[in-house]
Design a protein around this ligand. Structure first.
Ligand code: PMP
Length: 356
């Protein structure tokens, strides 16, 4: 049976990425060695790292004065690396979910944190709009896509201070005006590659402004200076990311990708909206994520949750159980998920309704 992979991350990758990664596991760049056993100091891997940065910059139209570095530790490590490097006295954060909350908690270790707005009062089911970014802070941080709750901020804010964003779960799903940001970071394991590597896009001029000493490994300047090869990077994971970037370039880039993502998410949201059984968890269509579509059964049909999960699993749907803090269902529609998989889920929902 064909499987439809709706996991929230690690998640579906392009078949091209998987095939090319398998090929490189056997013979990387004609070296006769596996990508698993090749030195990160080899000229062949040097070329991989250079192309990965260059292609990332090309696809997102990253201005000249920015770098893209690849490090370990996941996005969670960036929660403290960002304030370590940028927070001198005070930083502002927007709280739109669990990941934003975790980022705030880590920043509090380094200085004062001003939470400009929070949607916690309604279990993070909306994006707060009524706030201003203060001018007396070192930076303003927001999470562009809230993977757990299924909300997304697609606005590149005009910020009076350095703009920082966690784009773990919607990077490369749409164009972004990188020039408005000082720093963008995220784990690779949704739209880019396997788990184990984290990307950081940053403008060099925002660094060097804090007085504290920074441990070498979390000082962004270390990785910039050494082209992400200061220590051993996750070699195989970086290679797979490069394959996804090549796939995306070949498809036509982020503009084309965005159109596909709009088509996929609209199809699913429209089905949920017009359903007898289901309803979306995010009331305002403007706040809804194109990457993680969250929905639940209406109160009168609540007892159908388990039967629906079983029904869907019998039709090849994988990973649609909602996160424990939301319940219900979550279908992650990352870049690599084809429209046919969304259609299969929609058909499955309609069949289930007809049968119950
Ligand atoms: N931020 C967001 C928006 C996420 O979705 C996740 C993980 N799903 C994280 C941060 C944490 O990432 P990691 O597991 O790579 O530390």
């Amino acid at each position: 049976m064909k499987k439809h992979n709706f996991y929230a991350g690690p998640s579906i990758l392009p078949q091209y990425t998987i095939d090319e990664s398998i090929a490189a596991m056997k013979d990387f760049a004609g070296t006769g060695l596996s990508i698993l056993e090749v030195s990160h100091r080899s000229k062949e891997f040097d070329a991989v790292m250079a192309e990965t940065e260059a292609l990332f910059k090309d696809l997102l139209n990253v201005p000249q004065e920015y770098r893209v570095i690849f490090v370990g530790g996941g996005a969670s490590t960036q929660f403290f690396t960002v304030p370590y490097n940028l927070l001198q006295t005070r930083a502002a954060y927007l709280n739109t979910g669990e990941w934003a909350t975790k980022a705030i908690e880590e920043a509090e270790i380094f200085g004062e944190v001003v939470v400009v707005a929070s949607s916690k009062n309604k279990n993070f089911t909306y994006i707060p709009r009524d706030f201003t970014i203060p001018t007396d802070v070192d930076y303003f941080h927001f999470t562009s896509n809230n993977t757990i709750y299924g909300t997304e901020i697609r606005e590149d804010f005009d910020s009076p201070v350095t703009l920082v964003s966690d784009m773990s779960s919607d990077i490369l799903s749409r164009p972004v005006d990188v020039s408005k940001y000082g720093l963008i970071y995220g784990g690779a394991q949704k739209n880019l590659g396997p788990a184990g590597v984290t990307f950081v896009i940053l403008k060099e001029s925002i660094l060097g402004k804090v007085e504290r000493r920074i441990p070498t490994m979390v000082d962004y300047r270390t990785h910039i200076k050494k082209n992400s090869l200061f220590n051993t990077p996750p070699v195989a994971a970086v290679y797979s990311c490069l394959m996804t970037l090549r796939w995306l370039k070949n498809l036509g880039g982020v503009e084309v990708m965005e159109k596909i993502n709009i088509a996929k998410s609209s199809l699913l949201y429209e089905t949920i909206e017009s359903s007898k059984f289901f309803r979306p968890t995010i009331p305002n269509p403007q706040d809804r994520s194109r990457m993680n579509v969250c929905f639940v059964l209406k109160d009168e049909y609540k007892d159908l949750e388990k039967p629906f999960l079983e029904f869907a699993s019998g039709r090849g749907m994988v990973g649609i159980k909602g996160h424990r803090s939301v319940g219900g269902f979550r279908a992650s529609l990352y870049n690599a998920l084809p429209l046919e998989s969304v259609q299969a889920l929609v058909d499955c929902m309609k069949e289930f309704e007809a049968a119950n």
